[in-house]
Write a protein that binds this ligand. Sequence first.
Ligand SMILES: *Cc1c(COP(=O)(O)O)cnc(C)c1O
Length: 499
Amino acid sequence: MKLTKATPHITQNEDLIFERSRRGRIGYRLPELDVEEAPLDALIPRELRRDDDLEGVPEVSEVDVVRHFTRLSTWNYAVDHGMYPLGSCTMKYNPRLNERIARLAGFADLHPLTPEEDAQGALQVIYELQEHLAEITGLPGVSLQPAAGAHGEMTGIMMIRAFLDARDGKRHGRSVMIIPDSAHGTNPASAHLSGFKVKTVKTTPEGLTDLDQLRELCATGDVAGLMLTNPNTLGLFEKEIREICRIVHDAGGLVYMDGANMNALVGWARPGDMGVDVIHLNLHKTFSTPHGGGGPGSGPCCCTKELEPFLPVPRVVRDGDRFRLDYDRPHSIGRVKAFYGNFGMALRALAYILTHGPDGLREATETAVLNARYLAHHLASDYERPYDAPPMHEVVFTDKRQARKGVHTLDIAKRLIDYGFHPPTIYFPLIVQGAMLIEPTESVGREELDQFIEAMRSIAREAEEDPELVRSAPHTTRISRLDEASAARRPILRWRPEN
Ligand SMILES: *Cc1c(COP(=O)(O)O)cnc(C)c1O
């Protein structure tokens, strides 16, 4: 079946609220005044009053407003809508139970300046979540302060700097952070912001860190550390992780692990056991707290015993059966976030961990990896995989075969929208030409995976038989191909009457 161009219809297109405006239309009517009207001058001084007649404010009725915004809300694609296979983003389902816990009045209404004696429950939640994350990562020092993954990276890198300064003196000259060419862009940004020079280590044809080059880079004496994602952003487990850690440690450096891909490891392998010194987790990925659309994040930082003194203040500590905030930590890098991070995310993550239990967490990991391998297996006949190794929680394909017919990754992603799917991450990692990075997560069942596979195969057939159909997709949306460059470079963010 060929999907046809959308017809202009109210469910297919929507004017701006300003364009719906009709002069004099209102959404309320007040009863007639039955007291004497107060002189306006007595209420608001003349110089503070505007003298135009509110030109441009939309004049609409209540039903106009409700229907306008309700219709707009149905245009969103969300994790509650369907599979959201954005590689590296771990867009898993957010259980409603966790939302309910986060809304409990005793937690939600607690003021952040409440004295410790009256906030024991909240401090216990923070403390217990820290203990669970320490167990999951094998790294005993934990801070929940960082507000996002990238913020956790910066916190960890600042701790590495503070540790090296304390160990080797401030003039140690360790100015280099080594980062693989497959890394998420936030890694070099965090290293640079923390004052390090970034050197790149290459990925081998097998998709793993090049150990020989790593040894060379470590031989110069100026290495502060390595930032490594494991599984890496190609979805492959760095099998030589112990050797990688040994090389960096022998050179006097520390190993930072970007833990955004922990969904492949939870319950099965612990970064602390691999030799990693410090890691951040993304609660808003692996631990199922909502993300996307700029919502709150949480990027806890976990570290070894040696690095613990450098964690941000305050620390939540336990004295017998009481909990308190500890500011007396002379080596700390200081505070990185107001109060104690995004506490609502901590509640959701703790509820997620406790409701799953150790077995449930292991099973979630297993399913996430199984789902990605299922896709890898069933799509291999239609799409090129640049690396052979079995993927972990996400799998990368390219447009190499389709490109011969002039169909590229962007076209395939756009065409998926016609089949009702959110596209995967595209053109990342940067080292893979025409990359499509697909991460189904454990939240999809076999039937939905099969539908996705069928859609991808169908698009591969279309690319052979009718490439233009794919190149001009999407065909079922309100707007087809956007000029994305202009949309990004010259966005029109403000409505003006003359527009
Ligand atoms: C998502 C992600 C980050 C950054 O996390 P934010 O919360 O978006 O700052 C860092 N590294 C990797 C590999 C990621 O997938």
